[in-house]
Design a protein around this ligand. Structure first.
Ligand code: GCU
Length: 402
């Protein structure tokens, strides 16, 4: 369906009431942590679960982990590398994905950043020992990915987005998974994780069930199942860029085992407020990516005003755990201001726990991070993950997560 053009004019942003995280749907004020956790958090969570990302239908029948490759002297001796095969089973159908894990040598108990990559574990580093994914891959000429298949030619092609040396040199580990191994990013529900769960005759999720973002979030939790049992890992901070930032936020909101969450330029359906209708809107996203959210979310396309929640409440579900929201100044499609306001409006929930976030007097100054338990920065430049972003995440994690 043709969609209205994106609005980039601040004077045309509609006037709207920001749904108050601390007021229940029936109008009851929430004044303490206990009320928040028992009443409000639950109803907000259930709304996001049923109306936005979609519910996971049931649990898996079985899952397994196998370390299939290991080297205590990786990356010139600074890291321990492990590659772990995770097997998921349901209804006699199975799916496998691989975790690439680097841990800093000499730190027996390291905090780890866990994040999906867009084109395969072998794209995040030149390391010749990293396995090349067999899964369907979106073609990308710049990254040398053709015929929907990754080959040796794309090794290291995305290393600029993963400051692997910096992460390790600062005492952190890195775990990454190719998101296409969980659910190929195309409007086709016949493959990937969803298909394991179908009953006879079913070929797509039900109206309130999961789209791809919820499936990717589920995959992050399965990676967590392994990481939380690795005795060399102390904490896990889930990270994601763009569509994978949306998945990281939903994973953080739905799985309390994540010790921290980072949303890098996640935009619409991620950290950005939907009701501003600035840049990408719910109409645009449901139209271009009909498989990302639950079917029930489509009723809000171009009707953001009837949504009883907004994305700051997704951020609030992560409280009191450390959360970093990051924007890029030239990434107007993701609505940097909407991401900032979202962090600011979620802060009242952090305050219930005595934690700081973005105060009412703060404003988003380019390249001037605000680092509290709930942190925010807007970096100069475009939609991307840069060394500047990683420098901020590392210093924030050192103070708030480690
Ligand atoms: C598109 C999409 C965004 C998404 C981005 C990405 O631009 O509209 O919602 O965040 O892709 O994942 O890079």
């Amino acid at each position: 369906m043709a969609q209205p053009e994106a609005n980039y004019d601040e004077t045309k942003v509609p006037k709207f009431t920001v749904p108050d995280p601390l007021m229940t749907f029936s109008g009851e004020a929430i004044t303490d942590r206990d009320q928040w956790e028992k009443k409000r958090k639950l109803e907000i969570y259930q709304f996001f679960e049923k109306q936005i990302y979609g519910k996971v239908p049931t649990m898996l029948d079985e899952y397994s982990f196998e370390v299939i490759e290991e080297d205590n002297n990786a990356l010139g001796g600074k890291a321990q590398r492990k590659q772990i095969a995770v097997g998921l089973k349901k209804n006699n159908r199975s799916l496998n994905f691989n975790i690439l894990l680097y841990l800093p040598k000499g730190n027996e108990n390291a905090p780890v950043f866990l994040g999906y990559n867009f084109h395969g574990n072998h794209t995040v580093t030149d390391d010749p020992k990293v396995f090349i994914t067999e899964a369907w891959n979106a073609n990308d000429i710049a990254l040398n990915i053709k015929n929907n298949k990754a080959t040796e030619a794309s090794r290291g092609s995305r290393k600029d987005r993963w400051a692997v040396d910096k992460i390790l040199d600062n005492g952190f580990g890195l775990a990454t998974v190719y998101y296409g191994e969980i659910d190929p990013d195309k409007n086709d529900f016949s493959d990937g994780l969803h298909s394991l769960f179908y009953r006879e005759g079913q070929n797509r999720p039900k109206t309130n069930e999961w789209g791809s973002i919820a499936a990717w979030a589920f995959g992050l939790s399965r990676a967590m199942d392994y990481l939380e049992n690795d005795t060399n890992i102390s904490k896990v901070i889930v990270f994601g860029h763009s569509r994978l930032g949306k998945a990281a936020l939903w994973a953080g909101a739905s799985d309390p085992r994540f010790d921290g969450v980072i949303s890098n330029n996640s935009g619409c359906g991620g950290a950005a407020l939907s009701k501003r209708k600035y840049g990408e809107t719910i109409g645009h996203i449901n139209n271009s990516f009909p498989h990302w959210f639950s079917e029930s979310f489509k009723k809000y396309s171009n009707k953001e005003e009837i949504l009883p929640v907004d994305q700051h409440q997704l951020l609030a579900l992560i409280a009191p755990r450390p959360l970093y929201v990051a924007s890029a100044a030239e990434d107007e499609w993701a609505d940097p201001k909407g991401e900032f306001l979202s962090a600011q409006y979620a802060t009242s929930v952090y305050a219930l726990y005595g934690k700081k976030g973005i105060s009412k007097s703060d404003s988003p100054l380019v390249d001037r991070p605000i680092q509290e338990t709930l942190a925010y920065h807007i970096r100069s430049g475009k939609h991307d993950v840069t060394d500047y972003d990683w420098d901020q995440y590392i210093s924030w994690a050192q103070n708030f997560v480690k």
